[in-house]
Design a protein around this ligand. Structure first.
Ligand SMILES: [Cu+2]
Length: 117
């Protein structure tokens, strides 16, 4: 192989290289832009009972009671999680819209999560 520096101007133009590098950085940084929220199951209620989040945010459900809870949604983002005392589960919300969350064990436990586009 011949030595020596590659001539300037060969390969990708500098602006295109910078744009590609920026795109790659955004791809890597994107998941970090979603936020984490927390909902606590305490005294047989969800706290808060209403929550507004952005698409791709995550919500961690924490059971702070001494009884088993559940959290489920049948519309929009669907899930059905069992929550023994002291446990937590995290759910991602990749779709915009209102999500009604209930506890299957305690029907009065209700939460609405508004997922903004
Ligand atoms: Cu419950």
């Amino acid at each position: 192989m011949r030595g020596g520096r590659r001539r300037e101007g060969r390969g990708r133009p500098r602006a295109a290289w910078a744009a590609a590098a920026l795109a790659q950085l955004l791809l890597v940084a994107w998941p970090a832009l979603s936020a984490d929220h927390r909902v606590v199951q305490r005294e047989r209620q969800f706290a808060p009972r209403e929550l507004s989040i952005a698409v791709n945010d995550r919500v961690t459900f924490v059971n702070a009671d001494e009884v088993v809870h559940n959290a489920f949604s049948e519309r929009g983002v669907t899930f059905d999680i069992r929550q023994p005392p002291g446990t937590s589960n995290t759910v991602a919300f990749p779709v915009a819209g209102d999500v009604d969350v209930q506890c299957a064990i305690h029907p009065r436990m209700k939460l609405v999560i508004h997922v903004r586009p």
